[in-house]
Ligand binder design. Structure first.
Ligand SMILES: Cc1cc2nc3c(=O)[nH]c(=O)nc-3n(C[C@H](O)[C@H](O)[C@H](O)COP(=O)(O)OP(=O)(O)OC[C@H]3O[C@@H](n4cnc5c(N)ncnc54)[C@H](O)[C@@H]3O)c2cc1C
Length: 449
């Protein structure tokens, strides 16, 4: 049986990892709240990704601090369903007040009084505060250069599930971040002819000197970086936990049979043109890879860490033919390419949130998730407070900061000055014929709930 809720102090929208982390911290701090989720808990992990996806980080790292994965070895990579199950178990652990199957359709600030009116698929809810935890990756983006040709099957990586879903024939995968490389690899292993369009990327080693790159980024303080390095805004990261985890190595993908091409420039019906930047993109990726090895070695030396040396990690093989003599133009029909997968990222969609918390480009305006519109909070967005913000472990810490902020605001609103306290005490005294401190306290608490 569901109980109708018409008002809550803090409404959290979305029950992915961000919404669950938020609920845990609010619950611990005694903030009355409700989480609304339009689908199921962690739906995007459950059904919003391809079938074979595993976490990019090992299970000891890609989790919340208060619960380990029950069925996954700490050094292994949890499957997408194991990640979804983990969050369901986590929410259950502290009995998170989550209502599933309820969509938030509109949020507007109340005029002349505190809080927000929230229109949901199940009616109106009043909330003093709203935490937006609807995900960093909401709307798949396909660039406008996509060809109009009806004979080509085109999907975004968000809609890719497995090789059998695509018509027979070759595939052009555009984008070589973690999604693009993993999908290209899977398609090639399934016997497809694959072209992979590679732009600017970072490609950290999966592991070095016995430690996963997640560990290295942690001890080197890189997960905590507060701003992107200038000029790196469009640089994607290529990592993979697939098949037990391995370093993304574009030369190895080429040896395997994938044809690497540069950034996809334009389409003229079936003719696609690529930038002549492949060798440079690969070289920059190598630089990033080697710089992490250097930083790791320096850290190990400085701290006297007894980790096994790994000189072979520095051996970079010669460039394959597709890098030295890149394909700059390809007739997709002649090459037998029947599908394009756009692994080109996502945008956010806040059309339902009608508050003063966005700049002229529609970007949320906030400081560590605390929006410019008082009472609105954003959680889970990339770089919300640091590099780790959109990732499993990072969002938990951002949620803590937001919960602390909410508690502080509630304290301000619960504040009664001395004359008010005296007035309340007098009212209670005259109503009941004697002073009663507990009543006075209760009145002030109710003022904020
Ligand atoms: C392919 C891929 C692989 C990834 N792998 C990793 C990884 O290995 N490790 C890692 O740490 N991170 C990974 N991430 C990044 C990040 O952890 C995930 O994107 C994660 O799903 C983000 O969690 P979230 O709770 O912020 O958002 P989401 O999981 O997107 O959850 C938001 C929820 O809000 C709900 N919602 C949206 N709008 C409304 C509305 N109006 N009303 C009610 N509910 C609404 C949605 O249904 C959804 O359930 C990956 C991302 C992608 C795309």
């Amino acid at each position: 049986m569901t109980v109708e809720i018409k008002a809550t102090d803090t409404l959290v929208v979305g029950a992915g990892q961000a919404g669950i982390a938020m609920s845990e911290h609010l619950g611990k701090l005694g903030v009355p709240h409700l989480v609304l989720e339009r689908d199921r808990i962690a739906e995007r992990w459950r059904t919003g990704r391809w079938d074979s996806l595993v976490a990019n980080g090992p299970a000891w790292h890609d989790r919340f601090p208060n619960l380990e994965f029950a069925q996954v070895d700490p050094d292994a990579f949890a499957s997408k369903d194991e990640v979804a199950d983990y969050f369901v178990a986590y929410a259950k652990k502290f009995d998170a007040p989550i209502r599933t199957g309820v969509e938030v359709k509109r949020v507007v600030r109340n005029a002349g009084r505190q809080g927000f009116t929230v229109e949901t698929s199940e009616g109106i809810i009043e909330a003093n505060r709203v935490v937006v935890a609807t995900g960093p990756f909401q709307r798949p983006v396909i660039p406008p250069i996509a060809p109009k040709s009806a004979s080509l099957t085109q999907i975004h990586s968000a809609d890719y599930r497995n090789p059998a879903q695509l018509p027979e024939g070759g595939v052009l995968v555009v984008g070589a971040g973690s999604s693009g490389v993993q999908i290209a690899d899977e398609l090639q292993r399934a016997g497809r002819r694959v072209y992979l369009s590679v732009g600017a990327h970072d490609r950290p080693p999966r592991a070095y000197r016995g430690r996963d790159f997640c560990w290295w980024l942690g001890v080197l303080g890189e997960w905590d970086a507060e701003v992107m390095k200038p000029g790196r805004e469009h640089v994607t990261i290529a990592v993979s936990g697939a098949r037990g985890g391995h370093t993304v190595d574009f030369r190895r993908l080429a040896q395997q049979g994938i044809t690497l091409v540069g950034l996809t420039k334009s389409f003229d019906d079936h003719l696609v043109k690529f930038e002549a930047d492949l060798a440079e993109n690969i070289a920059r990726g190598d630089e990033n890879y080697l710089s992490l090895l250097d930083a790791a070695d320096a850290y190990a030396a400085r701290n006297g860490l007894d980790l096994p040396e790994e000189p072979e990690a520095r051996i970079i093989p010669a460039d394959p033919e597709c890098v030295t003599h890149p394909v700059l133009e390809l007739d997709l029909a002649k090459a037998g390419v029947t599908s394009i997968i756009w692994a080109t990222g996502y945008a956010v969609d806040f059309g339902w949130l009608q508050v003063d918390a966005f700049d002229e480009k529609g970007k949320p305006k906030h400081q560590r998730g605390v929006a410019t519109e008082p009472g609105i909070y954003f959680l889970g967005l990339p770089w919300l407070s640091r590099r780790g913000s959109a990732f499993i472990w990072g969002v938990w810490h951002d949620a803590k900061h937001i919960a602390d902020h909410i508690v502080t605001q509630r304290k301000y609103l619960a504040y009664y000055d001395t004359p008010q306290r005296h007035m309340d005490a007098k009212r209670v005294e005259s109503a009941e014929g004697g002073p009663d401190d507990s009543r006075v306290h209760k009145v002030s608490e109710m003022g904020v709930n």
